[in-house]
Every structure is written in structure tokens, then in C-alpha cells.
Ligand binder design. Structure first.
Ligand code: FAD
Length: 325
């Protein structure tokens, strides 16, 4: 069955987000030979066109409207309502990122359509598209289908393999009418960020209260650098002021699905597991052999993280440097 699929893509720090490429790949799967239409609101979209066309988009709507240069709910909502009216998609896909988490439910309500959020899997069963999403903090999975209306879903990062399907994309300039904005962003002051984006990292080294102090995060940072990963934390570590809350993983922090997750000095409270238990491989380092984190870990190391983490870093360094020599 052919479907026209609209994919709302997003750029972060000068790069197309990985989850946008994942959404384009899912679009290839569900379009059934139908048209894939991408949209990108960026002041200078040209740099991203080759990548979007490599992942199978037939058309790309770009808008460099100044009021869309920084995300605001108001302006994006007005633009997207007009874009959807023009494109008339059968399905709309986007990442489960901060902006689409904010906008997707409002947009669905405005359009009078259903919405499935935070999907971690998509299956085609007969002619139905089945969306799979975790519920009860990841303890169960729910399968959802749309009986009518636009198929509308947000996808969790790192859960869908990407596949290239190069096409020549038709780039269309889109000029929405945006009026009566209730909020205007005058300035965005970013925290000094560096390294790998936690929400899309393939490897995460997380520290908990067992790290003992802010200084104790340095060995975790070194291991993350060797493995090309990002550093995360439990709320225990954030509350104790060992690190910034932007690193918090869990029910009230970020939800991550890396290929490899190290939990160092983290007990494994249910609220922490809610943010990381779908990681592909979990390694727990804890000096308490009874710590609940071992129940979800694929590999467990009972020991003092102050000894174990530097040993692991040395071993990975030897292996990875050996591989490049
Ligand atoms: P602890 O539970 O104190 O565990 C420290 C662990 O380190 C212990 O297992 C200990 O054996 C081990 N350890 C100590 N020293 C060493 C050492 N030298 N070497 C190795 N291991 C060592 N928590 C989150 O993480 N994310 C959330 O989003 C979140 N949301 C919450 C929302 C609500 C509404 C509530 C009520 C709680 C939430 N929490 C969340 C808090 C959660 O319940 C736990 O309190 C928190 O996860 C504990 O952090 P921790 O594992 O670092 O600390």
C-alpha cells in the first residue's frame, strides 16, 4: 500500500540529528513505494540537502523564514499546520526530541488526529503499521495501530537502523504566513557543550552517588573519550552536586538507548532504569554484589569503581590504539 510520508527533520549544532535519518529510514519502510516528503526549517538549509536526499526523500520543503530560525511552539505550529495542508500526508514522522515532544501533541490536537509517541519499533503487519512503545517505565511494551486518519508518530533515538536510499530530491521553498506571535525568542544562551550528544550517544558512561564527588567523574570522562561516548549520571549524583542536571538519565531525566551503557556506582533504582533499561548492552560496576542494577545488567563487575574504571580505560586504550596502528 502506497503512502505519502512527511518527515519533520531537525538540525542540532550544525548537524542533522541522527533520529531524523532514522525517521527517513522508517519512512522508506512504511511508504510502500509512495512519496517521502521531508521538511526542514533552517536559515541555511543547503548544507543538509545531500544527506536528506541520500536517505530517500523525494521532496524537501525548506523554509528560511526568520520566525522559524529558533524554535517556538507558536511559529512552528502555524508553519506546520500550513505545510500539512499543502502536503496532505498519509503519515507524519519525527524524532522524540525536545521540540517535537512539545509540538506533536498540540499539532495532533489541532488537526484532530491521533498520535503515538516515543516509539521504539515499527512493524508492518498485513496492511497495518504497528508502532511499538514502552510503557510503565519500560517494564512492558504496547503495540498501537491507526484505524483512521493520519498516521502520526514520534520515534525514540537510536532504536532504528539507518539505511541509505539515494534519490534526487526536489527542493521546494515554503513560505508560511506567520502572524500574531505570542512569544519571540530574543537570544539563546547555550551552556558550553562539548563532546557527544547524550540522547544520541552510542556509548554512555554514567556515574552515580558511588562516584563520591565531582572529581570522581574525571575517570568516567576519560573512558567516554576513549570509547567516543558521552557521560551521563543518576539523579543521586546530580542531587549531590557531582555533575549538572543536564546529564541526568531516568524517569525525570533523559531516556537513552545506547549500544553500550556503563552504570558506575549506580544502585539501579526503578526511576533510573526507566531511562536506560532498553540499552542494548548494560555493564554495571558496583561494590555491592546485591545492588539491583545487576538484575538488568548483561555484564556485572563487583568492585570499587575507582579501581575498575581506570583499568577498563587502559585496556580499551590498548585495544583501540592497537586497532589503529
Ligand atoms: P544510590 O542509590 O545511593 O547508589 C549508589 C550506589 O553506588 C550503591 O549501589 C553503592 O553500592 C555504589 N557504590 C558506592 N561506592 C562505590 C564504589 N566506590 N564503587 C562502586 N560502587 C559504589 N533517579 C535517577 O537516576 N533518574 C531519575 O530520573 C530519577 N527520577 C526520580 C523521580 C522521582 C519521582 C523519585 C522519587 C526519584 C527519582 N530518582 C531518579 C531517584 C532514584 O529513586 C534514586 O534515588 C537514585 O537513582 C539513586 O542514585 P544512585 O544510584 O546514584 O545512588
Amino acid at each position: 500500500m502506497e503512502r505519502k510520508v512527511l518527515v519533520l527533520t531537525e538540525v542540532k549544532e550544525g548537524k542533522l540529528r541522527q533520529v531524523s535519518l532514522e525517521a527517513l529510514t522508517v519512512a522508506q519502510q512504511i511508504a510502500g513505494g509512495g512519496e517521502i516528503v521531508a521538511a526542514l526549517f533552517e536559515t541555511d538549509p543547503n548544507a543538509y540537502i545531500p544527506e536528506i536526499s541520500r536517505y530517500g526523500a523525494d521532496k524537501l520543503y525548506v523554509s528560511s523564514d526568520a520566525s522559524l530560525s529558533v524554535y517556538t511552539t507558536d511559529a512552528y505550529m502555524q508553519a506546520l499546520v500550513q505545510l500539512i495542508a499543502e502536503v496532505q500526508p498519509d503519515a507524519i514522522l519525527m524524532g522524540h526530541t525536545a521540540i517535537w515532544k512539545d509540538l506533536a501533541p498540540r499539532l495532533a490536537a489541532r488537526l484532530g488526529e491521533g498520535l503515538v509517541t516515543d516509539c521504539t519499533g515499527v512493524e508492518l503487519v498485513d496492511h497495518h503499521i504497528v508502532f511499538i512503545r514502552p510503557i510503565y517505565s519500560g517494564k512492558a511494551f504496547q503495540k498501537k495501530i491507526f484505524n483512521e486518519g493520519i498516521i502520526f508518530a514520534t520515534l525514540r533515538s537510536n532504536n532504528f537502523a539507518t539505511k541509505e536510499s539515494p534519490k534526487t530530491v526536489d527542493v521546494i521553498s515554503f513560505h508560511p504566513t506567520i502572524t500574531d506571535l505570542r512569544t519571540i525568542v530574543k537570544e539563546v544562551v547555550r551552556k558550553a557543550a562539548g563532546g557527544v550528544d547524550l540522547s544520541e550517544a552510542k556509548v554512555i558512561i554514567s556515574g552515580g552517588r558511588g562516584v563520591k564527588n565531582a572529581e570522581g567523574f574525571k575517570p568516567l570522562q576519560e573512558l567516554a573519550e576513549i570509547l567516543g561516548g558521552a557521560v551521563g549520571a543518576s539523579r543521586g549524583a546530580c542531587d549531590a552536586d557531582y555533575c549538572d542536571y543536564s546529564l541526568q538519565i531516568g524517569q525525570t531525566g533523559k531516556v537513552v538507548t545506547p549500544d553500550l551503557y556503563f552504570a558506575c556506582g549506580i544502585s539501579g533504582a526503578i526511576q533510573h532504569l526507566a531511562g536506560m533499561s532498553n540499552s542494548k548492552v548494560i555493564v554495571a560496576i558496583n561494590k555491592d554484589p546485591e545492588a539491583p542494577i545487576f538484575q538488568v545488567a548483561d555484564y556485572g563487575i563487583v568492585g570499587d569503581l575507582a579501581d575498575v574504571v581506570p583499568l577498563l580505560t587502559d585496556e580499551f586504550r590498548k585495544i583501540l590504539q592497537g586497532a589503529t596502528n
